[in-house]
Design a protein around this ligand. Structure first.
Ligand code: 0PR
Length: 381
């Protein structure tokens, strides 16, 4: 591949060919991803800050300043006060692992309670941190069963995790109810990697949205991802912590680096272009812009639900946010057939169903084409 230099035109051709093989959000046929086409201003910002690396923040005070502004804005969105601190990380996985790392270091305990609906990053966290997962079954509405949480609380619990927007269904756990159960020394981490950029705007639109954030005093840490519904570039997630002193518990000295004020993150070198991209997306859209995007996604989700019902298909739950899971016979077979026709949808496991994530690149037109396709497919399965 690289014994000798290759002419630039040839490289560009190779890159174009690779890109052509990929699926693209702009085609409107990807309904199995929680990411979307970032805003143009976010892409521009990403390119501008391509060499920036907050792993050595001393070299990049300008980027560090942008990170602080992003964290402050996210904290305000999630009803945090001035004591909240955090950092931009690579995504929900890193935010979740770091949150549990902090909880383990502070409590010196090793058990974590999380719902069966939790993202697989919590299993990674347990593996890496040598912690013991206690998985709690779900209620009929696919939220965490709090009686089970109460029954499993003992002196070895470091943290309980609640999900504000589950990966498969978009269900929101009863975060206030969990907080009520917990003694002060047990951490409550809320995974709002997806829901963090949806729920506050649903509230603006008049939807009934339960409290899920720092407005609940028991919430210790939160994950929220700008690279999902935040319209930013990959990789950008964020971890927010209730008390800035907690961050010190994961800090490791690197005296040879010119580093100040950095989140004691899991990553060393950090893709800080995504920090600039998140800043640009949030500045450009403002809360009103995100409210409009969420409204459009919910309108398209409502349209999809109507089309599904016309085919006699019912949702697993009435969509809480812009995720629609449909009970269909043999979802994997249907997924495969749709795949053969250029549609990328996913299959939820609990319960087995066809999962459509209605991101901003999914239009009414794409939903109509998908359901026309589904109509003809259902007869064949
Ligand atoms: N928490 C929740 C609630 C999530 O849904 C996810 C990811 C994470 C944490 C982890 O986030 P990162 O993947 O940013 O580390 N949810 C999606 C999933 O696993 C991520 C995804 C996005 C998958 C785009 C595929 C894809 O094309 O399904």
């Amino acid at each position: 591949m690289w014994e000798k230099p290759t002419p630039l035109a040839e490289i560009m051709k190779e890159l174009d060919m690779a890109l052509e093989k990929d699926h693209h959000f702009a085609d409107g046929r990807v309904l199995g991803s929680m990411c979307t086409n970032p805003l143009d201003i976010a892409k521009d910002a990403h390119a501008m800050f391509i060499e920036s690396n907050l792993g050595n923040a001393g070299l990049y005070p300008g980027t560090l300043d942008l990170e602080k502004q992003v964290i402050n804005a996210l904290s305000q969105l999630l009803h945090g006060d001035e004591k909240i601190a955090g950092g931009v990380v690579s995504g929900g996985t890193e935010a979740n692992i770091t949150a549990l790392w902090i909880a383990r270091n502070i409590t010196k305990k090793k058990k974590i309670i999380f719902p069966e609906s939790a993202h697989f990053s919590f299993h990674k966290a347990c593996d890496i941190l040598a912690m013991e997962p206690i998985m709690v079954p779900l209620n009929d509405d696919f939220t965490m069963d709090l009686d089970h949480v109460a029954r499993n609380l003992d002196d070895d619990i470091a943290a309980v995790v609640g999900i504000a927007g589950t990966t498969e269904l978009g269900a929101v756990d009863d975060i206030a109810g969990i907080a009520d159960l917990l003694p002060d020394d047990v951490f409550l981490h809320v995974d709002a990697a997806f829901g963090g950029f949806v729920l506050p705007f649903l509230k603006e639109l008049g939807y009934q949205v339960p409290d899920f954030d720092f407005s609940i005093p028991g919430v210790s840490t939160m994950a929220i991802d700008p690279h999902k519904m935040g319209m930013s570039t990959v990789p950008s997630g964020a971890l927010l912590v209730r008390d800035r002193n907690w961050i010190k518990t994961t800090h490791k000295d690197a005296p040879y680096l010119d580093t100040v004020g950095q989140l004691s993150a899991l990553s060393g070198t950090r893709c800080s272009a995504a920090v600039a991209a998140s800043f640009a997306a949030m500045r450009s859209l403002g809360r009103t812009g995100y409210t409009q995007i969420v409204k459009e996604c919910m309108d398209v989700t409502g349209h999809a639900l109507k089309r599904a019902r016309k085919l006699g298909l019912e949702p697993v739950i009435e969509p809480v946010m812009n995720i629609l899971c449909l009970r269909v016979p043999e979802p994997e077979k249907i997924q495969k057939k749709l795949d053969g026709r250029g549609w990328k949808v996913s299959v939820a496991q609990n319960p087995p169903s066809l999962r459509l994530v209605i991101m901003p690149h999914v239009t009414i037109h794409s939903i109509d084409s998908l359901f026309d396709e589904l109509d003809s497919l259902l007869g064949e399965v």
